[in-house]
Design a protein around this ligand. Structure first.
Ligand SMILES: [Zn+2]
Length: 81
């Protein structure tokens, strides 16, 4: 088996270090869902913290326009089983 590189965010751009997609990319979402299986509340708390951090950093990069990151960080984790 070849070792898989983790899909982690690259700050302050919040793109995936591995695949370059906006983080959390699909592989990152899947690995978070499996890591936090049975513990959805903790996952949502964790994602909320990251979303706040990403929002601050992205706003600074974007003339202080504050992006809405709820779908990107939260909605998928709340709705998927
Ligand atoms: Zn990725």
């Amino acid at each position: 088996m070849r070792p898989s590189r983790p899909h982690l965010p690259m700050r302050p751009l919040w793109r995936c270090r591995n695949c370059g997609a906006e983080w959390p990319c699909q592989p990152a979402r899947l690995s978070l869902l499996s890591e936090y299986q049975g513990n959805r509340t903790s996952l949502l708390i964790y994602l909320s913290g990251l979303m706040a951090e990403a929002r601050d950093q992205l706003a600074k990069l974007n003339s202080h326009h504050v992006p809405d990151l709820t779908d990107r960080f939260i909605t998928w984790a709340r709705t998927r089983n």
